[in-house]
Design a protein around this ligand. Sequence first.
Ligand code: FPP
Length: 257
Amino acid sequence: MFYNKFFKKQTVPKTVAERMDKIKSSVIPRHVAIIMDGNGRWAKKRSLPRVAGHHEGMKVVRNITILANDLGIETLTMFAFSTENWKRPKSEVDFLMNLPEEFLKIYLPELVEKNVKVQMIGDRTQIPKHTLRAVDKAIHDTKNNNGLILNFALNYGSRAEIIHAVKEIAHDLKDGKILEEHISEELFSNYLMTKHLPDPDLLIRTSGEIRLSNFMLWQLAYTEFCFTDVLWPDFDEDEFLKAIEQYQKRSRRFGGI
Ligand code: FPP
């Protein structure tokens, strides 16, 4: 606080560093998941092709990753391509499938240096080989890191993931690997692609859309949601810190009182 010439109390705006210190002194969400939306609209507002929005969005992925790592968040899951995104024009799909490669070409050295561990969830079968090659190299090069897990959801769809889990469980039942009485929420979670991760504590969706779009439907059961009108390419440090500050004000009861 300080006092201006009329002796009125004023709040001095906090710097990013001060806000980060305050956030770190409270409960940090272990896992933050983000639906990065609004790239197309960002580009349209500037009379640019849609892919220019995706390209700008790629830089934001880097900035938010570094910030999340600095805050001590354990996992950041980024919805980069959904199983429904194949419906887009081929040129846009191709561009989106090139982005992980470009992203990693530019930023992988920094991710390695900052102790970030790259991982991926999603159906690998349809993803182009060159994209998988880049992602697998990043997974390999960062496998011994133990900082933030940057988890790309690539060709990911939650219903498909659940059906896949059900089939695997049916298979294991038939083979006698598990018994019906073993089936529990915990066992089911262990058949999902996120089995090695805690459920997200916070979900952020940008661009004013208020829906889940087939993203982590099982895992988001008790997650706190933060919807913002900001378009993904405009989502900056301030917006991310605001989302975390909002999360820290929530009272999570998980069905209790
Ligand atoms: C949705 O916006 C966004 C996507 C389908 C792609 C998101 C991808 C990125 C932000 C870049 C990913 C970067 C890496 C490194 C993989 P939209 O196109 O649906 O926007 P609109 O609703 O305004 O049209």
